[in-house]
Design a binder for this molecule. Structure first.
Ligand code: GLY
Length: 304
């Protein structure tokens, strides 16, 4: 059910899109096309992250994503508008574009979140098709992992590159999307931060938005993206707000240094920044000046 109380009349802005990691560059291109055609930022973020979901080379999102410990690819995603409408799916199997199912949950149900077989049944009822998302490469990697003794793999620099995207359109509407296959070889049934509104994504159309990547449990314990937006509401810049959320994790969660977490924020003035725990997190920005890949500042060292 969509929010009848829209977020007021936003100021006109120049469009901008930001997203996580190097693969954000290609995703931003698709979003940018929507924005420069005068489209809605909701359509832009959906089109953008669908590029990553469909790319088998990106091993932590959609098709070709690393499976869980049982060998199944299970996907999490959510989407949120400037008016606080949102939709989410978790533990979704065999559907290549969970972000579009999340949008359908938002637009065609009275609910925010559907999970597991219920989410899949809903997707099929909306015309989505089942397909095998486990590529030969991901299957071979999973077999190698099992041969090593089925040790649960911590989320680290190799396996947490969720795509999160925020876009501001030329009508001043800011929307966001987040989609992932989650941690490689996670316990069957594990859901991370990416489909949790406030943890993996949060948007307030009067303030700005934030997306997260990395060790989902740390974002879930701190509602990191909600915190980033609330800090911006209190006057912090996007960079200060992202750093504030990382510092909250460091202050409250003793084992933070063993993991990566990265936040990207975009405010309604079009300013963006990122902050992370470990060096090596990149984020992509596209605006009228062009496409740029930035290295995020990191709590544990200088950006590479
Ligand atoms: N941030 C993705 C996950 O932990 O599942």
């Amino acid at each position: 059910m969509l929010n009848p109380h829209k977020a007021g009349t936003p100021a006109k802005t120049t469009p901008v899109v930001v997203s996580t990691w190097d693969h954000g560059l290609a995703a931003n291109q698709a979003a940018w096309k929507v924005l420069t055609d005068g489209g809605y930022s909701l359509d832009a973020v959906e089109a953008g992250v669908r590029v990553t979901e469909a790319d088998p080379e990106v091993r932590t999102v959609g098709l070709g994503g690393y499976p869980d410990a049982s060998g199944e690819v299970t996907l999490d995603a959510c989407i949120m508008t400037e008016a606080m409408d949102c939709g989410s799916v978790a533990f979704l199997r065999d559907i290549k574009h969970p972000i579009s199912v999340a949008r359908a949950v938002m637009e065609h149900t009275p609910h925010v979140m559907l999970v597991g077989s219920g989410a899949q049944e809903f997707a099929l009822s909306r015309g989505f098709s089942k397909e095998n998302l486990l590529t030969a490469e991901s299957y071979a990697d999973w077999q190698r992992w099992r041969a090593q003794g089925e040790r649960p793999k911590d989320i680290n620099i190799e396996n947490h590159d969720t795509i999160g995207m925020l876009a501001l359109d030329n009508a001043g509407r800011l929307c966001g999307a987040c989609t992932t296959s989650g941690a490689a070889y996670k316990l069957h049934g594990r859901v991370g931060d990416s489909p949790i509104i406030g943890a993996g994504l949060y948007v307030d159309g009067a303030v700005g938005g934030a997306v997260a990547t990395g060790m989902g449990e740390l974002m879930m314990k701190t509602l990191g993206c909600f915190l980033v937006v609330e800090l911006m509401r209190q006057g912090a810049s996007p960079g200060q707000a992202c750093k504030g959320a990382v510092l909250r994790i460091a202050e409250k969660l003793g084992d933070y240094a063993a993991f990566q977490v990265g936040f990207v924020a975009l405010n309604c003035q079009g300013e963006s920044a990122a902050y992370c725990i470990q060096p090596g997190f990149s984020y992509a920005r596209q605006d009228q000046r062009g496409a740029v890949l930035y290295q995020s500042e990191a709590l544990l060292g200088e950006a590479i």
